[in-house]
Design a binder for this molecule. Structure first.
Ligand code: BGC
Length: 945
């Protein structure tokens, strides 16, 4: 009898996630993955395990072939048959064996290749002649195919220099937006494959393709340049139609096509789109096209999902600004455009839509956009109702101003959300609404900045693939979304754009002429593929990236020289350290050399581990030795024998602790010092891009869970939650992109949608909820939550390559309940909070109920030190309030800073420290407050007012 409870899911090909057949893959031998009974795993016998699998493959026009393999592997297993050829499709299903018992066959899944070789293209890149120049209307290119008989199969293969939107017989061929996306165009240009069978008919068929400037010819970067890849727009399209008689008819771009001007007068990703609807219905004069150079060797198939409309949001409020402007609030900072319905206007009437992420003084706050105009405009054709929306641009905004509509109704305006259509795979939830909103903000920032490539920000004149930003965010990203195909494609661009000497450009695709090796940014070359391998188990990706990873490490090792210390030269450092002046974000407290050498050690050890996994022991040994030497050099150069790390900043300790750059014996002292630095900052965050993803782990790993939670729970500025209290709906670039008084930070870097500082989400998933991979691809799970007093409950869910894993815990009545769900094919090592030893469990649902081990707040006794006072949150809050009321400090950081040197002294020293030894008024009130706190406090609730 087959094991019905464990029927595999239909096989997935490579990292493709969409529903339906995978069309146009570039993989000749796509690897296969499946999951076993993700919903009914509980009904499976606990000893069920896959011992082997059988794949049935039916190639188009052939009879099925079966392949049996004895293996427990179910993720990215090799294609069992001969490689596919261009345009070939195959249908695959799978069943698995546990012992001698087979499951049912999965449902089938189909994959079809694209055009795999340049010779498959009959089409040539063509560009309009006489029209379509810079600052001219967007052109439409047209070709006609006469089909003599019933159509049984039709595919359109297409790409462009610029962005394209194709229509066949007046119907859009796809819901994809801004195709072909942005890659390192000089080396890699994506083409798309569409099934257009349903759009063709016997007789004449018109293929019309609108070309916009996109990334190819539009503005790119803050230097204001356009046409970085060339000043001609061009189309490459090949329509292949098979008729019932078996004949194949091809329409391919060549000199016989024609071109005319569309109604899109101007389009730019930064500046917006201008459309004259009066021109839409006219018959424009058609002119010739000509062949232009285009590299067929550079064509690649997509690895990840396309950009699509992923959601629409209604207007939350339409209101008038103080200056009388009509403003719309969509309630969410997002990336996309505005869809507006209008009626009753004269022909030629102009409507303008402007965008901004925030309001300042009640008006659109457009300064953060720098020179991006982010404005769409329309010239109407007449009074009939019409829906206005652009197609060749996108904006980052929460608010829009609409000019030209007198009585705007909220029903007539919608925000359209765009982004790479990534499958959501990760969720987090807790008992704290502010924390949940913060996590939601991280998700929205990922959605907004994952628009074909991972960008720094989606709104200003930048939107570039800044390497440092995704380096720090990749662990969070790969939990929240199935980003494997998306990031793998970007990593191919990174390798393609890497300098011959191994330097990784600041941004990928590289459009900046001045890149240099920069720690944390260039380390995207090693850390991002390593993260992806951890989360997906994709060893093939590591193999593909290894030369790029090595080249980066070799480059930096050469800079470091025989001393193994990477010092001097350009660095971004701990970018946006909150103490850096608004106009100098690199002036961080942590010495950039400390950061640089730490990153060299980290990257060298990643390369060593990767080479080991890839069966290259000699290479592995070389890089392991390098890593060891760099670590030693780091210790000699930057660590004191007592466990201080140079710069004495949270970022320096976080790097040294999390990346294991100090002797075991000094970790406790370094951890204690880090915790003290957090106290001295009044539990405000004091890390930039580099330290922020690591600081909570460093505290947790060294036993300072309470301090980590204090940092997390902080709502004062700067902190993770401060923006949430200011109404943020995305993660901000700066801790204080908006100042507490509601004004926009005067600095240049004031994006309101930057995911880098949201990288702590990974710690929320792995440590607060407690769900982490213990082996690549989550084949083994590590469940090790660290409940904290601040939270009553927390939990996370993740769709691992094997299926859904989940952890949640809840505290109450002195008990803690831990629930864990383990997908089939994996095991979990569970550290039940408070239990001395971990347990290992197999698939299914598990639950533990134990005495709540979360320590109560340490009681304040008369022997309390200043540190104890600070650690006692309710007491500390009262004391800070008393200090402020007494006029000896203005806020928590002020009190903390004054006490920083007295942490080990008796709590009474706090009074003297704040009142200059009693010589300043206010001492009496403080002494009273402290007396109450020390006298009466016993346990958690006692000191509360
Ligand atoms: C970007 C950052 C980026 C940085 C380099 C900025 O303009 O927005 O996120 O990493 O430059 O330091």
């Amino acid at each position: 009898m087959p094991l019905t409870a464990a029927t595999p899911t239909p096989p997935r090909f490579e990292h493709h996630t969409g529903a339906g057949p995978v069309l146009g893959t570039g993989a000749r031998a796509p690897r296969l993955s499946w999951q076993l009974s993700p919903t009914e795993s509980a009904e499976l016998p606990p000893d069920f395990r896959q011992d082997g699998y059988e794949i049935e493959m039916t190639r188009a026009g052939q009879s099925p072939q079966r392949f049996r393999v004895d293996s427990p592997d179910q993720v990215l297993v090799p294609w069992p048959g001969p490689p596919l050829t261009s345009r070939e499709s195959a249908t695959v299903r799978v069943r698995v064996r546990s012992g001698e018992t087979w499951t049912d066959w999965s449902d089938p899944a189909t994959v079809e290749t694209g055009l795999l070789a340049p010779a498959d293209w009959r089409a040539r890149f063509v560009s309009p002649q006489g029209i379509g120049g810079l600052d001219r209307p967007a052109p439409i290119l047209r070709g006609t195919l006469t089909v003599p008989a019933e159509v049984v199969r039709a595919r359109l293969y297409a790409t462009a220099h610029g962005c394209y939107r194709a229509e066949l017989n007046g119907q859009p061929v796809t819901d994809e937006v801004l195709a072909p996306g942005w890659t390192s165009y000089r080396h890699r240009l994506r083409y798309q494959t569409y099934d257009v069978t349903g759009l063709l008919r016997p007789g004449d068929n018109q293929l019309a393709v609108l070309l916009g400037n996109g990334w190819h010819r539009g503005r790119l970067g803050f230097l204001g340049e356009r046409a970085r890849y060339g000043d001609r727009l061009a189309l490459l399209a090949q329509l292949e139609v098979t008729t019932a008689d078996g004949a194949v008819h091809v329409l391919a771009t060549d000199g016989s096509w024609t071109a005319y001007e569309s109604e899109v007068l101007a389009d730019d990703l930064y500046d917006g789109q201008r459309t004259d609807l009066r021109l839409a219905t006219r018959t424009a004069p058609e002119g010739p096209v000509e062949e232009v150079p285009g590299d067929l060797d550079a064509l690649v198939a997509p690895e990840g999902p396309p950009v699509r409309v992923t959601q629409t949001l209604p207007a939350e409020q339409v209101f008038r600004s103080p200056s009388g402007a009509t403003l719309v609030d969509f309630g969410q900072n997002l990336v996309g455009w505005v869809r507006l319905r209008v009626r009753g206007h004269q022909s030629g009437h102009e409507i303008v839509v402007r965008h901004a992420e925030v309001l300042e003084d009640g008006e659109l706050g457009v300064r953060p956009l720098r020179t991006a105009r982010a404005t769409d405009s329309y010239l109407l054709a007449g009074p009939d109702e019409v829906v206005l929306e652009p197609t060749l641009t996108c904006h980052g905004f929460r608010y829009a101003e609409v000019i030209g509509v007198t009585e705007l109704s909220a029903d007539d305006i919608t925000a359209v959300v765009l982004g790479s259509d990534l499958r959501r795979t990760g969720w987090f939830e807790s008992s704290e609404p502010l924390l949940d909103r913060f996590h939601e903000n991280v998700v929205w920032s990922a959605r907004g900045n994952f628009l074909d490539l991972p960008t720094d920000c989606p709104q200003r004149d930048e939107r570039l693939g800044w390497t440092g930003d995704i380096q720090v965010f990749s662990p969070s990203a790969s939990f929240l979304f199935d980003a494997a195909g998306f990031l793998s494609s970007w990593l191919a661009d990174l390798a393609a754009d890497q300098y011959p000497d191994g330097t990784v450009p600041f941004v990928v695709p590289d459009i900046l002429p001045f890149s240099q090796p920069a720690a944390a940014w260039g380390d995207a070359a090693t850390i991002v593929p390593w993260q992806l391998y951890q989360r997906t188990g994709d060893l093939g990706l590591l193999a593909r990236q290894l030369p790029s990873m090595r080249a980066w490490v070799d480059r930096v090792a050469a800079l470091a020289g025989p001393r193994r210390v990477w010092a001097g030269g350009f660095q971004f450092g701990d970018w946006l350290d909150p103490t850096a002046p608004p106009d100098a974000p690199f002036q961080a407290r942590t010495d950039p050399d400390v950061i640089a050498t730490a990153h060299l050690a980290r990257s060298a050890s990643i390369v060593a581990e990767a080479a080991e996994l890839l069966g290259e022991p000699d290479v592995a040994a070389r890089y392991a030795e390098l890593a060891a030497e760099v670590r030693e050099a780091f210790v000699a150069e930057y660590l004191t024998p007592g466990g201080r790390v140079l710069s004495d900043t949270p970022t320096a300790y976080a790097l040294a602790l999390v990346w294991d750059l100090m002797p075991q014996a000094l970790r406790a002292r370094a951890g204690a010092r880090l915790a003290d630095l957090v106290r001295r900052a009044g539990f405000r965050i004091s890390t930039g891009f580099v330290g922020t993803p690591l600081v909570a782990d460093a505290l947790t790993d060294t036993g300072h869970v309470d301090v980590a939670y204090r940092l997390l729970a902080q709502t004062g500025c700067p902190s993770w939650l401060y923006p949430v209290t200011m109404g943020a709906t995305t993660v901000w670039e700066r801790w204080d992109s908006m100042l507490p008084d509601g004004s926009i930070n005067p600095g240049e870097m004031t994006s309101f949608n930057h995911y880098a500082l949201g990288a702590v989400a990974d710690w929320l998933h792995r440590r607060v909820a407690g769900l982490a991979p213990a082996a690549s691809g989550y084949r083994e799970l590590l469940v090790r939550p660290v409940p904290g007093r601040w939270l009553q409950s927390a939990g996370a869910r993740h769709l691992t390559p094997y299926g859904e894993a989940a952890v949640d815990w809840e505290r109450g009545d002195g008990q803690l309940t831990l629930r864990v769900r383990v997908p089939v094919g994996t095991h979990a090592t569970v550290h039940v909070p408070g239990a001395p030893d971990p347990v290992r469990v197999g698939h299914g649902a598990h639950e533990w109920r134990v005495a709540d081990p979360t320590p109560a707040a340490p009681a304040l006794s008369s022997a309390a030190t200043v540190r104890d006072l600070m650690d006692h949150e309710p007491g500390w809050t009262q004391f800070v309030a008393a200090a402020v009321a007494a006029g000896v400090a203005t806020d928590e950081p002020g009190v903390a800073a004054a006490l920083g040197r007295y942490l080990d002294r008796p709590a009474e020293a706090a009074v003297a420290a704040l009142t200059w030894g009693g010589g300043r008024p206010g001492g009496e009130a403080l002494r009273d407050c402290l007396g109450q706190l020390l006298g009466s406090a016993e346990g958690e609730d006692a000191p509360a007012a």
